[in-house]
Design a protein around this ligand. Structure first.
Ligand code: AMP
Ligand code: MG
Length: 411
């Protein structure tokens, strides 16, 4: 295995840098948010039902509330009953049902006391004065019982649950307007580079369209983070510092891209080295040059500039740390073993994350993976067709077709 030469400090392992980034994250905070702001976030406390669900016995069908014994013969000989009340959904003053009568009732309307069964309208002549009934449903048919979904005071949602539409609908159904969640951090994304142009402005020769902030902002937002973006900040230390200073105090975390490698005009490195941010090499490809620290009190993670380096760095370092901060129990991507469809080479001494396309094999627990694009960290189009990262250990330099490799599923 090749290591960095003795003149430079040994690179950090991926695992070491992951731990540093995780430690840097701001403290977890609980807040109470309206239901619609909770989607994708994690519940911070157990929630019990404030009411029975359903809150009262009600009809599961449009039809007639009756006593089952009054319609017991209707299978052979139609039974005619007088209709003595009309109960639409929402009626709150429902009169009791007298024996030998029927109440017309709609789905979701409260069952009258004295009734034990609903005959659905399709089994009747739909009469409003008198109703002719052709079926003899057993006791309890088409009645939804109070509390049969969940009982008052029972545990409805457990702390640690990721709140999707179904969980939020349940919260509303048991009477909640807001929930305690692990609050999403506010993140400032800063894309540096004097060559960057914000689309769709025209490009001059030597310029490229800025894409890293789009990757980072949307990746962060998909975790639930609130994101602010400074796009295309010039490679000028004063400009960069001024932009950063004016915004960093308002956020919980800053993420930059570009300007951290070994060349000249490395704006992030030049601006922040003297301010206590640590720049290191991580033994990985892509995404070797990394940095992190604090600007004033705000944590800052400085990613390299190449688009695929940004994506891999986000996946490997930021995503698990942020998911932890957001209260998720599962912070890692699903890792599977897959059969490689093509031979691959990898650099010694670096953990390589190649982009790939994984497919499950029918009847196999592994599946296959084919690389998408070469190792170049600028190959964004190939990355856009990938659905996984192939995780190649530091000491592996060659892989043959058919070898089993570790794959991190991105979907
Ligand atoms: P740097 O780390 O600043 O030297 O950038 C490395 C490479 O990534 C260069 O080819 C940059 O042009 C490119 N790059 C840097 N930032 C961005 C960005 N925000 N969007 C697209 N490409 C970028
Ligand atoms: Mg740059």
């Amino acid at each position: 295995m090749t290591r960095a030469n003795s003149h430079s400090t040994a690179p950090r392992s991926v695992g070491e840098h992951r731990a540093v980034i995780a430690d840097l994250m701001p403290a977890r905070r609980v807040g109470i948010l309206p239901l619609r702001d909770c989607v994708g976030l994690v519940l911070a406390d157990d929630v019990s039902a404030d009411v029975d669900l359903p809150p009262f016995d009600n009809s599961a069908m449009d039809g007639y509330a009756v006593r089952a014994e009054d319609v017991a013969g209707a299978g052979e000989q139609p039974v005619v009953l007088p209709v003595t009340a009309d109960i639409p959904a929402g009626r709150t003053d429902v009169p009791a049902l007298q024996p030998g009568t029927a109440h017309r009732i709609m789905t979701g309307a409260p069952m009258p006391s004295g009734a034990d069964t609903v005959v659905k309208v399709e089994d009747t002549d739909a009469g409003t004065e008198n109703v002719t009934i052709h079926a003899a449903p057993p006791v309890g048919t088409s009645v939804r019982r109070a509390g049969e979904d969940i009982r008052k005071d029972a545990l409805a949602l457990t702390a640690g649950t990721r709140l999707g539409p179904a969980q939020l609908a349940l919260a509303a159904a048991i009477g909640r307007g807001e929930l305690p969640v692990w609050l999403p951090p506010k993140v400032l994304v800063v894309a540096t580079g004097s060559e960057l142009v914000v689309p769709p402005a025209p490009l001059q020769h030597g310029q490229i369209y800025e894409s890293n902030s789009v990757y980072l902002a949307t990746a962060l937002e998909s975790l639930g983070c609130q994101v602010d973006v400074l796009r295309a900040v010039a490679d000028d230390v004063d400009t960069f510092l001024q932009a950063l200073r004016s915004r960093a105090a308002d956020v919980d975390l800053v993420v930059t891209s570009g300007g951290v490698s070994a060349g000249a005009y490395e704006v992030v490195k030049d601006a922040l080295t003297a301010r206590g941010v640590e720049f290191t090499k991580v033994a990985m490809q892509p995404g070797g040059p990394q940095g992190c620290g604090r600007i004033d009190a705000t944590p800052i993670v400085t990613l390299p500039g190449n688009p695929v380096s940004v994506a891999v760095s986000f996946e490997v370092f930021l995503r698990p740390a942020l998911l932890g901060l957001l209260g998720h129990q599962q912070t890692e991507r699903q890792r599977v073993r897959a059969r490689l469809l093509e031979p691959l080479t990898a650099p010694a001494g670096k953990r390589q994350f190649r982009r790939g396309y994984h497919e499950w094999d029918e009847g196999s627990v592994t599946g296959t993976v084919g690389p998408r694009g070469g190792p170049g960290s600028h190959l964004l189009a190939a990355f856009s067709q990938a659905n996984c990262l192939i995780d190649i250990p530091e000491d592996t330099t060659e892989l043959a077709e058919g070898d089993l490799v570790d794959v991190l599923l991105l979907t």
